[in-house]
Write a protein that binds this ligand. Structure first.
Ligand code: LLP
Length: 427
């Protein structure tokens, strides 16, 4: 996706310096080819290991705008949405509502009504109040709501590490170990306007190990068998969530998605057989791994401030407003100076954002080329959870998203203007 030409960083063959000359800084730049390649990796892996009995959904919280729903839909993906706003955006893009899975732990009545009226494929129900709400609203609309239950399988996943307890302490879903999930299934089986089509779990994010996925799949299949045996209800669909890790910095070593799928598919098949249940239809929900590495952010260096024996701050014209992940999670990124891409990255910098906030950093101790004001600093792997978590703090307008499609840049999200900033203010 990236290479160096005439000493300048290029993305899909286009010089980053040319892109910023035309569209300004800061800006997000995405490679459509990379997004599509990532989609195909999942498509091929699910097809290879489950045949037609699986569907990947794009977890659109990672990056939501009209164009991305069009892209993933044309790759045969469904979508996971988590709010009325994401649902609205997906529908605006012409997304097939039947392939939309509506998540969330605090859906409002209006959102449930909107989802049912739009004909979404599934509502992934999170709590007891919501089940009653769905039943009531479905009745008033004279429809049957097809739902999935969000389950906490008791698997807590961390990068390179997982523990089996504690997951019950999560705001999402019904717990398995205290019987909450079973009670929810029983409640649904007695409801008139709700049909239990599936179960869902999502064990965490940026996971580099198949073991927690395998354990979660086993527990979920055990639950499906229990429901079959004790309630005579056959659950046909198992959604195993997302969370597959990506490479942010050297040392992040994601295993190929095909390997995950293979290991999990083997478990799903052998466990289903052992439990005497049919192999369920499988859904997976990658978000980050579809878009993160397809995106970079380009900033202009505004000032370079060296504090002798302490550090050098490199201040850029963006920051936590376009990428809050360092401020929120202490996330690490790699960066380079696009107009000096051939030079060695031998300068240690703390890249600082423009907000009135000391914690507004893109990263500490980042190795970049020797910086000067006016340079174009690019940060890699920013395609996920950057634009989607951007804010207008300090009334900073959000940057545009420039998509490179077959070597041609085009704007898929416009830069916000000062007029946009005040558009809801009563003047
Ligand atoms: N499915 C469900 C139900 C989820 O809650 C999530 C992420 C995903 C799928 C997709 O996970 P992914 O494949 O993207 O890891 N803002 C955080 C990430 C929050 C993830 C929330 N749920 C970040 O910037 O790292």
């Amino acid at each position: 996706m990236t290479e160096t030409k005439d000493g300048v960083l290029c993305i899909d063959g286009v010089k980053v310096t040319d892109i910023v000359e035309k569209y300004g800084t800061p800006c997000y730049i995405m490679s459509e080819n990379t997004v599509r390649e990532n989609c195909r990796k999942y498509k091929n892996a699910t097809q290879k290991h489950y045949g037609k009995n699986a569907l990947p959904l794009y977890a659109s919280k990672a990056f939501s705008c009209v164009e991305i729903y069009k892209t993933v839909s044309s790759e045969g993906f469904g979508a996971d949405v988590v709010s009325g706003g994401e649902l609205y955006t997906a529908l605006k893009a012409g997304f097939d509502p039947k392939k939309i899975y509506f998540h969330g732990n605090a859906k409002t009545d209006d959102e449930i009504k909107y989802a049912l009226e739009s004909g979404v494929g599934r509502i992934v129900a999170d709590n007891a109040e919501e089940l009653c709400k769905i039943d009531r609203i479905a009745k008033s609309l004279n429809v049957t709501a097809e739902i999935s239950l969000r389950i906490k399988p008791g698997v807590e996943a961390h990068t390179h590490n997982f523990v089996k307890t504690g997951q019950i302490d999560s705001k999402f879903g019904f717990a398995l170990e205290n019987g909450e999930a079973f009670t929810a299934a029983k409640t649904v089986s007695e409801m008139k306007n709700v049909r239990l089509a599936g179960v869902h779990c999502h064990i965490g994010s940026q996971i580099f190990d198949s073991d927690p996925f395998v354990l979660a799949a086993k527990r979920m299949l055990g639950f499906i068998a229990k429901i079959k045996n004790e309630l005579s209800v056959e659950i046909k669909e198992l959604n195993l969530g997302g969370g597959f890790g990506i490479r942010y910095v050297e040392g992040d070593n994601p295993i190929p998605y095909d390997d995950y799928m293979k290991t999990i598919a083997q478990t799903v098949k052998s466990e289903s057989e052992a439990l005497g249940i049919a192999v369920p239809f499988i859904l997976v929900e990658p978000g980050r791994s579809i878009v993160a590495e397809a995106g970079i952010t380009a900033y202009k260096v505004i000032a370079v401030k060296t504090i002798e024996n302490i550090r050098t701050y490199v201040s850029v014209d963006g920051g936590m407003t376009d990428n809050p992940r360092y401020a929120l999670y202490g996330s690490k990124y790699e960066a380079c100076i696009a107009n000096k891409a051939d030079l060695p990255r031998d300068f240690k910098a703390t890249v600082a954002g423009r907000c009135c906030e000391s914690g507004d950093l893109i990263g500490e101790n980042m190795m970049i080329q020797r910086p000067e004001a006016g340079d174009i600093l690019t940060v890699f792997s920013t395609g996920a959870y950057n634009y989607s978590m951007a804010s207008n703090y300090n009334r900073v307008p959000r940057p545009p998203v420039i998509m490179i499609s077959n070597g041609e840049p085009r704007v898929i999200v416009k830069r916000e203007t000062y007029e946009d900033i005040v558009k809801n203010d009563i003047i």
